[in-house]
Design a protein around this ligand. Structure first.
Ligand code: MRU
Length: 364
């Protein structure tokens, strides 16, 4: 996607393939800065500190992390260490495990001297594959948006389609295109009038800072709302559908995503608003069934809840305290939406129901 007219991906190899560069997402929307990651520890830090974030991008960054680790020392021990360090960087997005295990499976049988080149090639292939997958998600999902536009009843037929999204599952969360926002970009580019309600997504505000920024860069009309607004909008017919991303989907279709997603799904269900989840199939964890019981939920530092940061009039980005000094805070980063609340899963292979039959179709 483009930033001020220049096409970018979120991660790319430097000239000469010595390192990778990323967009530092902790600085957006106020400062656009790129960062060079020279070695595996740099990639691990970038994932842990959320300079890169979003399930698919975490998976690709981890794959490059393994590739960078193979540069100096491609022994079995170095491979095992890189995989274990990277796997511990963030617990919830299963794409991390997917990316790391794909690299391990490719590299383990190879002689040491071949590993560095093979690893780099595979990481680049995984990145390209992510782009192709998300473009396909965009194509399938945009048909749902088109159908909503064409099928609106009576007076509202052919009026703007209002889509609610949570967190950032746009191109910044992937290598390009995004998952939940890929259908939005595809439909918008096809000329369908649409507008996106952007949940601010406390505590880290990925909606307010990242989703709003990237939609704005592409010219997509959007409005940032406080996290608790969605239910009210749905009660008043102001949301035609919700589309969110996900960090892990279980074999029975339960969906783990940014904290607050479950409440939006409940409100959508109560108001008859279709609730879609967009995902690349590597986000499915076939080893788990019950998402509420089995998916590890990341708990981050309480400071993300007690503090908020933003652009000050003197041109500096500063963090300020929101709560009484002695109040405790809890910071659960994700929640699980049971499959029964999900209208459909938008994947690169098409749209399926979040039920046994739909999941079976994706397993083949
Ligand atoms: O904590 P984050 O910012 O990595 O969480 C991101 C999300 O929850 C996204 O919705 C999810 O990863 C899907 S990204 C295409």
């Amino acid at each position: 996607m483009k930033i001020n007219g220049t096409p970018y991906r979120t991660i790319w190899p430097t000239a000469g393939n010595q390192a990778v560069e990323i967009i530092d997402q902790t600085k957006l929307p106020h400062i656009f800065a790129t960062l060079r990651l020279e070695n595996m520890r740099d990639t691990e830090r970038a994932i842990r500190d959320m300079q890169v974030r979003g399930a698919p991008l975490i998976g690709v960054t981890a794959a490059y992390g393994v590739a960078l680790a193979m540069r100096g020392n491609a022994s079995d021990a170095a491979l095992a260490e890189a995989c274990s360090v990277l796997l511990a960087s963030r617990p919830t997005a299963v794409n991390l495990r997917w990316g790391v295990e794909k690299m391990r499976a490719l590299l383990t049988p190879l002689p040491e001297r071949e590993r560095a080149a093979a690893a780099w090639k595979e990481a680049a292939r995984i990145a390209d594959e992510d782009v192709a997958i998300n473009a396909a998600i965009g194509k399938h999902g945009s048909e749902i948006i088109r159908a909503s536009y064409q099928n609106k009843d009576g007076q509202r037929k052919n009026s703007t389609v209002n889509i609610l999204t949570h967190c950032n599952a746009g191109w910044l969360a992937t290598v390009d295109w995004g998952t939940a926002l890929a259908p939005v970009y595809t439909a918008f580019d096809a000329g369908i009038p649409l507008h996106v309600w952007v949940d601010e997504t406390r505590p880290r505000n990925q909606g307010a800072s990242l989703t709003a920024w990237e939609l704005g860069q592409h010219g997509v009309p959007h409005t940032v709302i406080a996290d608790n607004t969605g239910g009210h909008l749905m009660q008043h017919g102001m949301v035609d559908m919700a589309i969110v991303g996900t960090d892990r989907v279980t074999a029975r279709g339960d969906v783990c995503n940014k904290i607050g997603t479950y409440l939006k799904a409940l409100a959508a269900h109560d108001n008859g608003v279709p609730f879609y989840v967009a995902l690349p199939t590597p986000t499915i964890d076939w080893t788990l069934q019950d998402g509420v019981k089995d998916i590890p939920i990341e708990e981050r530092t309480p400071e993300e809840v007690t503090h908020i940061s933003g652009w000050c009039e003197d041109g500096q980005v500063r963090s300020v305290l929101l709560t009484p000094v002695n109040s405790r805070a809890a910071n659960y980063s994700f929640d699980v939406t049971p499959a029964r609340l999900v209208t459909g899963l938008i994947t690169e292979r098409g749209v399926v129901a979040a039920d046994a039959e739909g999941m079976r179709a994706l397993a083949i």
